[in-house]
Design a protein around this ligand. Structure first.
Ligand SMILES: [Zn+2]
Length: 81
């Protein structure tokens, strides 16, 4: 029972931390990438509106992580501490 409780807690912690991360997407219907920073070079090319949203929503929408700014993922920075 204790192990199950621990697993549930870990799962919940993961869910909460991913929900906190905000990402930026170009509303261009052809764009399938989400960005961690608003001033990403790839995002500058976007001629449509830039939208800020929760990361899990972008992932739900089958969007992929931008290779250029993925190092700026705030959840990765936390792990380095
Ligand atoms: Zn980017």
């Amino acid at each position: 029972m204790k192990a199950l409780f621990l697993l549930t807690t870990l799962f919940m912690m993961n869910t909460f931390s991913s929900e906190k991360v905000k990402v930026f997407i170009c509303t261009d219907p052809k764009s399938q990438i989400y960005h961690y920073v608003e001033d990403c070079k790839n995002l500058e090319k976007c001629s449509y509106e830039i939208k800020k949203l929760d990361k899990y929503l972008a992932v739900d929408d089958q969007k992929r992580e931008c290779k250029l700014c993925k190092d700026k993922n705030p959840s990765l920075e936390k792990k380095k501490e």
